[in-house]
Design a protein around this ligand. Structure first.
Ligand code: C2E
Ligand code: CA
Ligand code: CA
Length: 648
């Protein structure tokens, strides 16, 4: 009977569309995706050979050529058909994130033995005619050994199905069923073809199953982050869940751009992303050379997670080589390399941490807790530190601190070079915890910002400083104003001007007694509310300082447009003054700022040399341990009375 070719023919455009879709969606990275591509290609080849067998061969005149062509396509058919089943079997491991189970070469070899038997059987067919024969007299005829080929395909299919079912715990149903569908549909098709040999529906059934897989399992928005060409953060979480459930041991290398926000606003979104993509490509090249099995995941704005199957792998060494490589090539990509600052660590799961939430939080927080002066650390070292324990318990610490009002304000004197006395102070918050003692605002302020509890803390600061000013005669102490740090959230609060006006009334504190500190990052991340607030507050007499100048990518033009009275040079610039280059940076910054009529505060001045030099090059104000650490209210007042020679 004439066979129906339509089904096979229909499957071809489907395979083609899938292939185009895979490349268009850029889901070509990672084992699962690569195997999926092989599946499409193999299936398409299989369908082509099927079609060729039926159409070309029957239309050719009976001849030797026809016989050869028929033989060739029959071999291709058998090879690609079995290979599809085998590749799908490996695909199942990749897509369920359990590749580590078959990672070892020996394991893979064992799993490939049955396939090798098939290959051998097919390869010897020209001599044995055991699988099939194609002759001009009888056409295609099955041999006894075809049983081996079918039995082994069935073996792979059955094992694959059972394995998938055993993975049901970490595969959602809308992934499990599409994955099993390939087996179900293929088996069904084989059965149908057995009874109705003219219905060649095997390949269209495979095509349908692969459509289900691409629609429900390989969802690019879930798996890959096309903007930088890596796997996505969502995929990272899914992978972590699987790793923890299957109790495998892996190493996770985490690399974090610590100045990602600044870098992004400096380069712009597009160039920043292309820079990240460049770094990820370098990582990819590096790890490929290492011959370890790895996957790279990215979390915006700038954290890369590299899951490495081998828990013994030396990440530190690889990280330093990557850094060198990036330095060498940075000019070629974007000249951002030298401006990039990064921190990296390696984490062993589940030994170091064993819950998803902790692992994710660690990835986000570790860079703030790197040991002094280092860019690489082992996670275990960070996790065992006191700061980390504090960070891990931050929810609890912040909640009880807010409930029990455990915050106090400290004041750090600021010295005026011109007047030769202290003219102001920066208000700095402190948290006293029963369990952990004094907790640095450097730890809890960013945490409070992330957790959305910064506003009540900011309110407390505003109220406390107003109370302090109202209870002490500022002018009498020789002080002109107190500097208050504003967080991003506060700056974006529409009620900020109202709130300050209210406090000003309540405590009789005029705007000139207060200076508000904002940072450049604050300014960049916020929108019109912030502009409105700044203008409104400047309009009624509040002044602003730009905090931490020199840590971001400062743009003079923008600085000159903001309503700023004071620029605060970050401690890192002051610390760098030990080198000639650092000194000239500070000197030129001060000169530039003086030209556009800004006052300058140098922060973190600890030594007499730095003080003398800063005075000489025209810095207006000095703040730092050289004069005093931040002090509790009464000690601060005493300090000022003593040093400003105020008689009680
Ligand atoms: P910041 O605004 O840059 O504050 C200056 C920091 O440098 C303070 O750290 C201060 O104690 C420290 N410092 C001053 N002089 C020296 C010095 O000579 N040597 C050294 N090593 N350090 C010096 P602190 O108090 O730990 O505050 C850390 C950060 O926490 C602040 O950095 C600020 O960003 C934030 N912060 C502190 N209080 C508040 C607040 O009331 N509200 C908000 N939103 N943030 C605050
Ligand atoms: Ca400050
Ligand atoms: Ca500062």
């Amino acid at each position: 009977m004439q066979k129906l070719l339509y089904f096979d023919l229909c499957s071809l455009p489907i395979f083609l569309i899938m292939l185009v879709a895979v490349f268009a969606r850029r889901t070509t990275k990672g084992n699962a995706n690569r195997l999926y591509i092989s599946l499409i290609i193999l299936s398409a080849l299989c369908a082509v050979s099927d079609v060729m067998l039926e159409s070309v061969c029957s239309s050719l005149p009976v001849s030797d050529t026809r016989l050869i062509v028929a033989n060739v396509f029959t071999y291709i058919y058998f090879l690609t058909r079995t290979a599809t089943i085998v590749v799908y079997f490996f695909f199942v491991f990749a897509v369920t994130g359990t590749w580590y189970r078959i990672r070892r070469k020996r394991m893979k070899a064992i799993l490939l033995i049955p396939f090798a038997v098939v290959l051998l059987t097919i390869a010897t067919n020209p001599f044995t005619n055991a699988v099939f024969t194609v002759t001009s007299e009888e056409g295609y005829k099955r041999g006894y050994a075809i049983f081996i080929v079918y039995a082994i395909s069935t073996l792979y299919a059955l094992t694959g199905t059972i394995y998938l079912i055993s993975c049901h715990r970490f595969l959602s149903k809308n992934k499990l069923f599409p994955l099993i569908s390939l087996y179900v549909l293929a088996m069904g098709a084989v059965l149908v073809q057995y009874f109705f040999p003219f219905l060649m529906i095997e390949m269209i059934a495979t095509a349908f199953a692969l459509i289900l897989v691409i629609l429900f399992v390989l969802r690019p928005e879930e798996i890959s982050d096309a903007s930088v060409g890596s796997l996505s953060f969502e995929a990272y979480k899914t992978e972590l869940r699987k790793i923890l459930l299957t109790k495998q041991k892996v190493k996770i290398a985490i690399i974090c751009f610590t100045n990602a926000y600044e870098l992004r606003s400096y380069l712009g979104e597009v160039r920043y992303q292309s820079y990240v993509a460049h770094v990820i490509r370098q990582l990819d090249i590096l790890f490929r050379r290492e011959r370890v099995f790895f996957d790279i995941y990215f979390e915006h704005p700038g954290t890369m997670y590299i899951i490495i199957d081998n828990p013994e792998y030396d990440v530190e060494d690889a990280y330093h080589r990557l850094a060198e490589e990036l330095m060498r090539r940075s000019e070629k990509a974007v000249s951002a390399g030298e401006r990039l600052s990064a921190a990296a660590c390696d984490l062993v799961v589940p030994d170091d941490l064993n819950s998803i939430d902790e692992i994710i939080r660690f990835g986000r927080d570790f860079s703030q807790q790197m040991p002094q002066g280092r860019t690489f650390a082992e996670a275990a070292e960070i996790i065992s530190s006191k700061d980390y324990r504090i960070i891990s318990n931050m929810d609890r610490i912040l909640n009880r601190a807010i409930e029990e009002n455990r915050f106090r304000m400290y004041y750090q004197p600021i010295y005026s070079v011109e007047k030769g006395r202290f003219v102001s102070a920066e208000a700095l918050i402190r948290l006293f915890d029963d369990e952990y003692g004094i907790i640095s605002p450097g730890l809890f302020i960013p945490a409070a910002e992330k957790r959305g509890v910064i506003l009540p803390i900011g309110d407390f600061v505003l109220e406390e400083v107003h109370r302090f000013i109202s209870e002490n005669d500022l002018a009498g102490l020789g002080l002109e104003y107190i500097e208050i740090n504003l967080s991003i959230a506060q700056c974006m609060q529409e009620e900020l001007p109202e709130r300050l006006a209210f406090l000003s009334d309540k405590y009789g504190v005029t705007p000139d007694m207060i200076n508000l500190e904002i940072t450049e990052t604050t300014y960049e991340d916020t929108g019109s509310v912030m502009d409105f607030n700044l203008e409104a507050l400047a309009g009624i007499g509040y002044t602003f300082s730009l905090d931490d100048y020199g840590t971001g990518f400062s743009d003079m033009q923008r600085v000159s447009k903001l309503p700023l009275k004071i620029i605060k040079l970050d401690k890192s610039l002051v610390d760098d003054m030990s080198s000639d280059e650092g000194m000239s940076i500070v000197r030129n910054t001060i000169k530039m700022m003086r030209d556009i009529d800004k006052k300058l505060v140098a922060e973190g001045v600890e030594t007499k040399e730095n003080l003398d030099y800063l005075e000489k090059i025209g810095c207006h104000f000095i703040q730092g341990y050289y004069f005093s650490k931040p002090l509790p209210e009464d000690e601060f007042v005493m300090f000022i009375k003593e040093h400003n020679r105020i008689n009680a």
